[in-house]
Design a protein around this ligand. Structure first.
Ligand code: NAD
Length: 292
């Protein structure tokens, strides 16, 4: 079994990005600029946005966080997005989800300029991704594809089983793994909460992506010998430690790891690569904008 080490890989890719950005600045370009909009006081959202700010700083990118109270109206929020859309000094815009219930997340996503949509959630980017065209890819599947590529994992002709069909992980993961590309060229099965023969399907998989948000769901007896196992899950489970919780993935690691050829740990796997996905997209947006 070999570990797909997100910590090691993220560090290496960050060094490459840092060098690239320093090169652009040396030729007189301004720094790439990521803007995050945060609505309300959700603790997890604040933590995510803070880590994105830290990443930007580390790479020499500028970052701005616009914070609004949970009672901001939908129209006001769309107005704020519009201001960022037309700001020539900002390359990428993310609106941290979830937004309060009185605001339509769909309207929010649709309102972001597709050329600044570094989360890759705008329908234009989703459509382009499905067609295999150059687009911003949603950060988590993008991070996983980078991992498969860097570890030179053969995907062509393999059977990939994805557990979960969300818009941000399961569906785009399926789209990317089925593309005629490398990595890609998989035969893809997408499982979800209504799938009847999930264990049988998992046992046929050469590659399993577990993205359902149920701690330690994928057990050892659901995985065939030599499978590649990607654990996307992040769930806080109560524990008697200082923090009061531990983070669990969707894979029962101790049972599954001995059977797998490659496996991602949690933490230290997909989560860190997701952050790289966002940084790569921001750099891409910057290069587009600077080159006109
Ligand atoms: P979601 O809740 O939007 O979707 C979960 C999916 O799992 C649904 O499609 C549902 O049909 C399916 N599902 C639920 N129970 C199932 C079951 N018993 N059998 C088969 N399928 C089942 O979740 P999401 O946003 O895709 O996130 C999934 C997990 O990944 C969560 O733990 C989330 O925190 C984590 N996540 C991690 C990262 C990262 O960077 N590592 C990024 C995004 C999400």
């Amino acid at each position: 079994m070999e570990l797909l080490d997100g910590k090691f890989l993220a560090k290496a890719i960050k060094e490459e990005l840092k060098e690239k950005i320093a090169g652009y600045k040396a030729q007189g370009w301004r720094a790439p600029h990521l803007c995050a909009i945060l609505v309300g006081e959700d603790g997890a959202s604040q933590t995510y946005v803070a880590s994105k700010e830290r990443d930007c700083k580390e790479l020499g990118m500028d970052s701005t966080v616009l914070k609004f109270p949970a009672y901001i109206s939908e129209d006001e929020l769309l107005g704020e997005i519009e201001k960022v859309n037309i700001n020539k000094n900002i390359d990428g815009l993310i609106v941290q989800m979830p937004v309060p219930e009185h605001i339509s997340s769909l309207k929010v996503m649709n309102h972001i300029d597709p050329s600044k949509d570094v989360d890759g959630f705008h329908p234009m980017n989703v459509g382009m991704m499905f067609k295999g065209l150059d687009a911003f890819l949603p950060a988590t599947p993008y991070g996983i594809m980078m991992m498969l590529e860097r570890y030179k994992i053969e995907t062509s002709g393999k059977h990939a089983v994805i557990i979960g069909r969300s818009d941000i992980v399961g569906k785009p993961m399926a789209a990317l793994l089925m593309q005629n590309s490398n990595p890609g060229n998989c035969t893809v099965t997408v499982c979800h909460s209504r799938t009847k023969n999930l264990k049988e399907l998992c046992l046929q998989a050469d590659i399993i992506v577990a993205a359902l948000g149920r701690p330690e769901f994928l057990k050892g007896d659901m995985v065939k010998e030599g499978a590649v196992v990607i654990d996307v899950g992040i769930t806080r489970v109560d524990a008697e430690n200082e923090r009061g919780y531990v983070i669990k993935g969707d894979v029962a690691y101790d049972e599954v790891a001995p059977k797998s050829s490659y496996i991602t740990p949690v933490p230290g796997g997909v989560g860190l690569m997701t952050r790289i996905g966002l940084l790569q997209n921001t750099l891409k947006a910057y290069e587009w904008h600077m080159k006109g």
